[in-house]
Design a binder for this molecule. Structure first.
Ligand SMILES: Nc1ncnc2c1ncn2[C@@H]1O[C@H](COP(=O)(O)OP(=O)(O)OP(=O)(O)O)[C@@H](O)[C@H]1O
Ligand SMILES: N[C@@H](Cc1ccc(O)cc1)C(=O)O
Length: 466
């Protein structure tokens, strides 16, 4: 594997990070110690046994195939889904081949893993739309991840990506053929003992046969990818452990030891501060679809990371080398009010997910809205970044200041008047306090196209003048 030789000869690559404060740093995306490096980053919850056999393969430089699946239960992936994908990305950048899977078939059945209740049915058209969206996002994630990495380290080789849909091999599978071929290799005791099933069996409503059999579908997916593409590692969140081991069991029972030995690798489940799994079912998702969660909203989400979590998230959600992250955390703790580590995290994740430069755009929007520095941007740039953040307002040239405040804030006319006379209205890039109503706002326009209006210290509106 050529990429591996390059990595072994030159295990430490030079990265350049221009905007982070630390100019140069080194990364260790290197096939030989990738498992250790993922553990160091907090990205490994469990590895199937014998782990030493996997380590051996990595050390020997074997090029591996990995897969990770997502069901089309929503129109977009979310930040929780990114964690197993980050593991895949590390392997991909170290030269291994990654396979994504969208659950066109499994999405019809519903995974009981990590859930205490049955999923409600979804319209066929909705599911198909979700399949197409998620497949596009999986493709984009690896393209964008590679571009982001190349932006940091220069041109570099990677593995290959293949994007699959399990409906392709399930749609013409005949039940009798399946039972005859695989039925006896799938043991009912093991199925009953998996957490996803046993936890539901003790509950009031039990579990439907569809959800009970879900693990068989995922097990066969792993078997199929192992046989047809030599995929040896399945990656997932830790709630997928049972489904992953079901696949490992099936492959082991049906194959000779020598061929494509299977492994499972799970990432810890990201939970909210209240301990809930971070995801779409819990209704707390930050989506990677910019229509659902704009890059600016994602940036803001990460800006609110607690000091306690920021180092952990930097290791999990970015490709910045651990040594670099540790230095950044050290500088951060010297003056945590500046939120330097949160800024670094927010900018890097947005760049990685949405494309290089989008993190800087989000940071600029944030500085205009919440910063205290003088605004020095041209109107076209302001219009572009605020439109992308979906918070660009519009205003007519003919409006009085009070009417403008009513339109932008939704307050009453008398409230607007009070805000003006109390001195809480500031306009233009220089933040001029205006204490009287006026029809003459033109002097405050930026390039005759944009008006910035602040209400007190908290609220700021950027409006395109029509
Ligand atoms: N909070 C999380 N932390 C780590 N991994 C996660 C998290 N949420 C989902 N994943 C992982 O992302 C992969 C794809 O998940 P998928 O989209 O199928 O379900 P989900 O997001 O968990 O949805 P649901 O909330 O409906 O169960 C799985 O491997 C899953 O374990
Ligand atoms: N069961 C996984 C998605 C998945 C589906 C099929 C697979 O083969 C692999 C993973 C989940 O719900 O998160």
């Amino acid at each position: 594997m050529q990429c591996l030789r390059v990595h072994l000869r030159k295990p430490l690559q030079r990265w350049q990070l221009l905007r982070s404060g630390l100019r140069r740093f080194e990364t260790t995306i290197c096939t030989a110690n990738i498992l250790d490096s993922l553990k160091e980053r907090g990205l490994v919850a469990q590895v199937s046994q014998p782990e030493s056999a996997l380590v051996q393969k990595l050390i020997s430089g074997e090029k591996l195939g990995l897969y990770c699946g997502a069901d089309p239960t929503a129109r977009s992936l979310h930040l929780g889904n990114l964690l197993p994908l980050m593991v895949m990305l590390h392997f991909y950048l170290a030269g291994h081949d990654v396979f994504t899977l969208v659950g066109g078939a499994t999405g019809k059945v519903g995974d009981p893993s990590g859930r205490s209740t049955e999923r409600s049915a979804m319209e066929e058209s909705q599911r198909l739309d979700n399949v197409a969206q998620i497949q596009g996002q999986l493709r984009a994630f690896f393209d964008s991840g590679l571009a982001y990495y190349r932006h940091k380290v220069g041109k570099t080789s990677s593995g290959r990506t293949t994007h699959t849909n399990n409906f392709d091999w399930w749609h013409d599978m005949k039940m009798l053929d399946f039972l005859a071929m695989y039925g006896k290799h799938i043991r009912v005791q093991s199925m009953l003992s998996r957490d996803s099933v046993s936890s539901r069996l003790n509950g009031q409503d039990g579990i439907g046969f569809n959800e009970f059999t879900y693990q068989i579908l995922q097990a066969y997916d792993f078997y199929h990818l192992n046989k047809t593409h030599g995929v040896t590692i399945q990656v997932g969140g830790n709630d997928q452990w049972g489904n992953i081991t079901a696949g490992i069991d099936l492959i082991r029972r049906t194959s000779s030891k020598a061929t494509n030995q299977p492994f499972g690798l799970t990432v810890p489940l990201l939970t909210t501060s209240t301990g809930e799994k971070f995801g779409k079912s819990a209704g707390n998702a930050v989506f990677i679809d910019p229509q659902a969660t704009t890059p600016f909203e994602m940036y803001q989400y990460f800006m609110h990371t607690t000091d306690e979590d920021v180092g952990k998230y930097l290791k999990m959600f970015t490709l910045l080398p651990v040594e670099h992250i540790e230095k950044a955390i050290l500088s951060h703790t010297k003056n945590s009010k500046e939120r330097l580590a949160q800024k670094l995290l927010a900018r890097e994740v947005v760049d990685l997910v949405h494309g290089v430069g989008k993190g800087q755009d989000a940071e600029t929007v944030s500085e205009v809205l919440f910063g205290s520095r003088k605004l020095q941007l041209a109107a076209v740039e302001l219009i572009r970044i605020f439109r992308e953040a979906n918070i660009l307002a519009t205003c007519s040239r003919t409006l009085s200041l009070e009417q403008l405040i009513v339109d932008l804030t939704g307050c009453s006319k008398s409230e607007a008047r009070r805000k003006v006379t109390q001195g809480s209205i500031y306009v233009g890039p220089e933040r001029v306090k205006v204490v009287r109503n006026t029809d003459n706002l033109e002097q405050f326009y930026i390039d005759d196209q944009v008006l910035v209006l602040r209400v007190g210290k908290q609220k700021c509106f950027v409006a395109e003048v029509m």
